[in-house]
Design a protein around this ligand. Structure first.
Ligand code: GLY
Length: 317
């Protein structure tokens, strides 16, 4: 039986590589999601997820995460959770709850503490300094405060044919307290059905929610489209519709995998992702929106990776 995993952004790659090893040895789809997302949440130089994530306008780091089991449709989610080491693990645990499975703010943090999850100050000095600098810049100029919403979203398929999905994000940099994006919202940030496939999103949550694109991609795969056809059709059609009717489409990118391990991607900005299955070794690709509603996908170059490494670790003065 085939297995596979796809996840958003270059930052997912180490986790995808680790989870792929487990999936190829009959590891479980839900475990693959949790492993992958925890590696991103734990890495201090990724400034849009977990430890090291950028805070809201008041300097508080509020995080969102979700987990979905594609066999049972169980979903757990947290929004605006604070001081908690791995929001994805809290979301996964919540997916076992029949009621109260989506918790926000203090309710989410209290749930994590009461259930033995590790309490941790997730705001690094580096993230705090980036926030301070942005506050100074905004005071000096008319700069838009909003930036950076690179969510980790992942879809996995195991050799039993089970699928799972997960997301984790610190959301939009400088968001207002209590603002929640697409990442913990079923259908917008993620969706998975083991009998069809799954999809997950990264990008501007306010616009992703307008299209419920993760669900739309799964729905189209269910009608027989390949993941790539479903991504191209759902994402670019919505990009055009939103541009026409709302005046502008924010940045968004989606990845999908079906229940045979085939995958697809669509994006309206330059976007990286990591993917592996029983036919393809874990690899990072670069995607861009091409003409005629098709995605251009190319292998990442060493030059790109070197520049990325330098950029995320650049000193903050
Ligand atoms: N996509 C993450 C967010 O908008 O919060």
């Amino acid at each position: 039986m085939s297995w596979g995993m796809i996840a958003t952004w270059r930052m997912a790659h180490d986790g995808v590589t680790q989870a792929s090893e487990a999936l190829s040895n009959n590891g479980q789809a839900g475990d693959a999601i949790e492993t992958t997302i925890r590696t991103v949440e734990d890495y201090p130089y990724y400034k849009s997820v977990g430890f090291g994530g950028l805070p809201n306008a008041e300097g508080i780091l509020e995080m969102d995460a979700a987990f979905m089991d594609g066999d049972t449709f169980k979903i757990g989610a947290v929004a605006g959770i604070t001081d908690t080491k791995n929001p994805i693990s809290v979301a996964r645990k919540l997916s076992d709850e029949k009621f109260n499975s989506f918790r926000v703010g203090d309710g989410a943090t209290k749930y994590a503490m009461l259930n033995g999850f590790e309490r941790k100050n997730m705001l690094t000095q580096r993230a705090h300094r980036i926030w301070e600098k942005r506050v100074e810049e905004i005071a000096k100029s008319n700069l838009s405060p909003y930036d950076g919403h690179d969510t980790i979203g992942a879809i996995s398929l195991d050799t039993n044919g089970s699928m799972a999905a997960g997301t984790s994000s610190s959301g939009l940099f400088m968001k207002k307290p209590g603002r929640v994006g697409d990442s913990p919202l079923s259908g917008s940030g993620f969706y998975v059905d083991s009998e069809i496939g799954g999809a997950t999103a990264t990008g501007l949550g306010e616009d992703l929610m307008k299209g419920c694109l993760a669900y739309e991609i799964v729905r189209q795969m269910g009608e027989g489209k390949t993941p790539q056809e479903a991504c191209d059709q759902a994402v670019y059609t919505f990009h055009d519709t939103l541009t026409k009717r709302y005046g502008k489409a924010g940045a968004f990118s989606l990845v999908a995998m079906n229940n045979t391990g085939q995958w697809g991607v669509a994006t309206n900005v330059e976007f990286t992702f990591s993917v592996a299955n029983d036919q393809e070794k874990p690899a990072i690709y670069l995607a861009n929106m091409g003409e005629n509603h098709q995605t251009i996908i190319e292998p990442i170059t060493q030059e790109w990776l070197d520049a990325y490494e330098k950029r995320i670790k650049a000193p903050i003065d």
